[in-house]
Design a protein around this ligand. Structure first.
Ligand code: MUC
Length: 96
């Protein structure tokens, strides 16, 4: 199942820089691991903001919830999720 996930990061302004850097490093490793597994299919920066638009490819809603809630930045993000389905005009056979 494909989901569009939008994440906006809101780190507290008083968070020490080294704490923020450590969380971001863990987030990067986690995100890259999920990309290597094919679970996090697309990861795009929204230009001009500390936000991303992502496409997740998961078995079900429960797996999406599990993956997202384990993001190291999860406590500091506003997240919106939308389910996706194949567009009838798509030429990409793997869009399902
Ligand atoms: O930078 C972000 O958009 C937040 C988050 C998503 C992946 C990652 O490495 O950090």
């Amino acid at each position: 199942m494909l989901f569009k996930v939008e994440m906006k990061v809101n780190l507290p302004t008083d968070m020490p820089a080294e704490v923020a850097a450590e969380i971001k490093a863990r987030e990067k490793a986690y995100a890259q691991g999920l990309q290597e597994k094919g679970k996090w299919r697309h990861l795009w920066r929204v230009a001009g903001s500390y936000a991303n638009v992502s496409i997740f490819d998961v078995e079900d809603n429960a797996e999406l919830q599990d993956l997202i809630s384990n993001l190291p930045l999860f406590p500091y993000m506003d997240i919106t999720v939308a389910p996706l389905c194949r567009h009838p005009s798509s030429i990409h056979e793997d869009d399902r």
